[in-house]
Ligand binder design. Structure first.
Ligand code: SF4
Length: 352
């Protein structure tokens, strides 16, 4: 089996088939664009990121603009992408780049890795794509493709498996085109060597592929089973006075930190969650008027919203907002769904 010439075949395929994406438009590639797009693409579909990226660059066209924005503006621009620590880290890193690097993205591994939220994958992406340095960008796509190509039997979610594949990627990097190689691996992983039922018949590196030759494309890569998501009932309260709705700001640490939400209680049991909501706010909940299932990576929330007649706020940060004002504050993703429904209801003048 010929392994050594597959990167050249991959690049030839990439030259003909590369995906046109907004963050790939500048030549040479803008390091700020590479950075923002790669952070957005973590856990998010490319099609979704296109629009977020476009809006982000309108609002924060440079690292300086991002550094000068308020946290609320940054979280608001990120709203809907989830994993808000990514947005907070982008903001912090932009400020750090202004202070330590005069607003220019450093082109050095150690300096990049010292910035908040920039891990080995993003370091590899920025260095190879924007600065032409021979560093692999090892993400889920690259791990999967190389595990199949080389028939790696190690668990790719473990440290040893990742190390094996990183070394293979380092050896495979073609001279002079490390950025294109990393992008080609991303495109191959996204379009051809997909997680289930890879399209081997269309694959430019099929002849070099161990998994294909050994009929093991379904069993590679080896991956430890994901932990089961915990399920919760989320009882949310809708309390409105003079057209303004009561919201609570979540603590500055932990899940959905500093995002705004409707009053809420979580429990494994739906009835208990509703009772907790009533106890916390010293109120009685009316019938549920809205429900929604929200899926996070580690949790699933079965949300129900109840109308509240009166409330007494416990400790914490609480404030009233009109539906128009919701547009300007960062709402926690699941609560943005409730807000959207409420706004629609208010707009259509239905009595809630
Ligand atoms: Fe993936 Fe199939 Fe190509 Fe192998 S031949 S790299 S399994 S798409």
């Amino acid at each position: 089996m010929e392994k050594n010439n597959w990167p050249a075949k991959l690049l030839a395929w990439f030259d003909e088939n590369r995906r046109e994406l907004p963050w790939r438009e500048s030549h040479p590639r803008n390091p700020y664009h590479v950075w923002i797009s790669e952070i957005m693409l973590q856990q998010t579909r490319t099609e979704t990121v296109r629009e977020y990226f476009r809006r982000w660059m309108e609002q924060f066209p440079t690292i300086k603009d991002l550094a000068q924005a308020s946290e609320e503006q940054v979280l608001r621009a990120w709203q809907g992408l989830g994993y808000y620590s990514r947005a907070r880290n982008l903001h912090k890193a932009a400020r750090q780049i202004m202070v330590e690097w005069a607003g220019r993205m450093p082109a050095e591994k150690k300096a990049l890795a010292a910035l908040p939220g920039i891990g080995p994958y993003t370091v590899g992406a920025i260095l190879s794509m924007a600065f032409g340095q021979p560093v692999p960008a090892v993400d889920g796509n690259l791990l999967r493709v190389l595990a199949r190509l080389y028939g790696v039997d190690e668990d790719i979610s473990g440290t040893a498996g990742k190390k094996t594949i990183t070394e293979l990627a380092e050896k495979a990097l073609p001279e002079g085109r490390p950025g294109d190689f990393n992008e080609a691996m991303m495109d191959l992983g996204a379009e051809i060597c997909i997680p289930k039922h890879p399209r081997c018949g269309q694959c430019p590196v099929q002849e070099s592929c161990t998994a294909w030759q050994q009929n093991r494309t379904d069993s590679l890569p080896v991956k430890k089973a994901k932990p089961i998501q915990k399920e919760f009932a989320a009882a949310c309260g809708i309390f409105c006075t003079e057209g303004r709705y009561l919201l609570h700001k979540r603590p500055s640490k932990g899940m959905l930190a500093s995002m705004w939400e409707f009053p809420m209680a979580l429990d494994h049991d739906g009835e208990k969650a509703r009772q907790d909501l009533e106890t916390q706010l010293e109120t009685a909940a009316g019938p549920a008027v809205w429900q929604h299932k929200h899926v996070f990576t580690h949790q699933i929330w079965h949300m129900k919203a109840y109308l509240l007649e009166k409330i007494s706020c416990p400790e914490g940060e609480w404030a009233y907002f009109t539906p128009a004002e919701w547009e300007k504050i960062p709402l926690a993703g699941p609560h943005a769904k409730l807000a959207a429904w409420l706004k629609k209801t208010v707009d259509s003048k239905e009595k809630v």
